[in-house]
Design a protein around this ligand. Structure first.
Ligand SMILES: Cc1cc2nc3c(=O)[nH]c(=O)nc-3n(C[C@H](O)[C@H](O)[C@H](O)COP(=O)(O)OP(=O)(O)OC[C@H]3O[C@@H](n4cnc5c(N)ncnc54)[C@H](O)[C@@H]3O)c2cc1C
Length: 459
């Protein structure tokens, strides 16, 4: 039976994750007619398999640590056990409430929600089964999925982050392959839940996209938590039996574990979706765009993880909103990847925005960096956390990057991103008052020092 063509929409969006649904909501808000195609669950990776469930697990992990460490605060507590059924119930409850809310939002904005697997079949059409959705503009937003390594099959004791969200019990020994954001977050969760954890990373340092001082401090703090870290080591292979998985490293050393978590990055979901056939320029599976997120095919845009750059939900939101506004003719300012805040929610947390010191030196040369230790910050002492705030700026110029590590430092990234994206100078920030006692004061202190008037800073 021939596919039937629907009357044209202003925008047809393929993929209902962070990038796709934010585009749909903003476009509908602007009065455009919108079709949103999703084959699985509205909300995509972030809501169902990524940000939200992992952050619920990390919060449960924090509760476990708090119970274990009560005595350090004079409160007699102990950790009895981790009930993974209970943890999953909590995690799934959070996701379910947000999912319901999101479905309500999409229904409330008159978005035509189409369930099914879609394909780009021309510059103006997406075909879903028998239905042909025609759009004045088409937005590709099919996201990403977990990668593995050649010869490493995901099955049994070898899992990705997706299966790791559904474990029935805490494994005794875990090897985490990959020391990027997802790898260190899961390593942190498993350790808090009582597992012996080893991280294997081929690069010379963990969270290699972050400033080098951050990686060094994170490695030290994770080692203090008795997480074993093997950097600069290549994975060679893995075999499994009913009882264990054996991971072999380059050089022949082997590690035995109950679970191998493969966290070696995420690749774009673009294969077999018609992008190539319609002539959309691709690069190693990613969709190539200009800064206005236009692909090589007129009228076809792309947002989110399929566009090269940091794979973050809030980047997807920002790009989705940008594209909707651009299609509506509002001429919005393009999203700058460097100005997107980044948080790694392990214990301790890492948060940053802008350029690392090395990248800033390479780009500008005349750069200063100032590091304020959390040892001088009252609230951090109350929380018994250490770490630092590091500010990188152009000499006599604006702030180029802010890099932070310590418990709860993710909460500080809001001000840091405002400072960076506003192009603020140190003395402008130093003139603003930071509440006492908060960890936020550590940011304020760094700027006081950079402005030449340090308060609680030595040397
Ligand atoms: C474990 C983990 C933790 C994470 N934690 C964070 C975090 O704390 N903070 C953060 O900012 N980011 C985090 N991320 C990353 C974040 O989830 C992604 O950057 C974000 O989801 C990307 O949004 P997207 O819309 O591009 O893709 P996705 O969310 O992957 O959505 C794509 C959607 O397209 C649908 N789709 C694909 N093909 C088709 C088709 N042919 N037809 C119809 N529908 C289709 C999929 O079903 C999916 O729903 C995490 C990711 C993971 C895996």
């Amino acid at each position: 039976m021939p596919a039937t063509a629907d009357p044209a929409f202003d925008v047809v969006i393929l993929g209902g994750g962070s990038g796709g649904y934010s585009c749909a909501l903003r476009a509908a808000e602007l009065g455009l007619t919108v079709a949103l195609v999703e084959k699985d669950k509205l909300g995509g990776t972030c809501l169902h398999k990524g940000c939200i469930p992992t952050k619920a697990l990390l919060h449960a992990a924090e509760v476990a640590d708090t119970a274990r460490e009560g005595a350090a605060y004079g409160v007699r507590t102990s950790l009895d056990a981790i009930d993974m059924g209970g943890v999953r119930g909590y995690q799934e409850g959070v996701v379910a409430r947000l999912y319901k809310g999101l479905q309500g939002l999409v229904a409330g904005r008159s978005v035509e929600y189409v369930t099914g697997s879609g394909r780009l079949t021309s510059p103006t059409t997406v075909t879903v089964g028998e239905r042909v959705l025609t759009g004045r503009a088409v937005v590709l937003a099919t996201g990403s999925s977990a990668r593995t390594l050649p010869g490493l099959e995901i099955a049994g004791r070898v899992v990705t982050s997706e299966e790791a969200l559904r474990l029935d019990a805490v494994p005794d020994r875990v090897v985490v392959l990959g020391g990027g954001v997802i790898g260190v977050e899961f390593a942190s969760i498993f350790r808090s839940f009582g597992a012996d954890v080893t991280i294997v990373e081929a690069l010379p340092r963990l969270v290699a996209a972050e400033d080098e001082d951050i990686s060094r401090t994170l490695e030290r703090e994770l080692r203090k938590r008795k997480i074993t870290i093997r950097t600069g080591v290549r994975f060679d292979g893995a075999t499994q039996t009913d009882a264990a998985v054996t991971v072999t490293l380059e050089g022949g050393e082997s590690l035995e574990a109950d679970l191998l978590l493969v966290a070696v990055g995420r690749g774009p979901v673009t294969d077999g979706l018609g992008y190539d056939e319609v002539g959309v320029a691709m690069d190693r599976g990613y969709v190539v765009t200009d800064e206005r997120l236009r692909t090589s095919v007129d009228g076809v845009r792309a947002v989110g993880d399929i566009v090269p750059g940091p794979q973050l939900a809030h980047r997807g939101f920002a790009q989705g909103i940008f594209v909707a506004e651009d299609i509506a003719g509002l001429s919005p300012v393009p999203v700058d990847d460097v100005g997107i805040p980044r948080v790694t929610y392990c214990t301790p947390e890492v948060a940053s925005v802008g350029l690392t010191e090395a990248a800033a030196r390479e780009r500008f040369g005349d750069v200063d960096a100032y590091t304020y230790p959390l040892g001088g910050n009252g609230k951090s002492q109350i929380l018994r956390t250490s770490g630092f705030v590091k500010v990188v700026r152009r000499q006599g110029g604006p702030v180029l990057g802010v890099h932070m590590i310590g418990a709860r430092m993710g909460e500080q990234v809001g001000e840091a991103q405002l400072i960076y994206n506003w192009g603020a100078y140190a003395d402008e920030v130093a003139a603003l008052v930071h509440a006492h006692p908060t960890q936020n004061e550590a940011l304020g202190e760094a700027f006081l020092a950079l402005a030449g008037k340090p308060l609680h800073a030595h040397g």
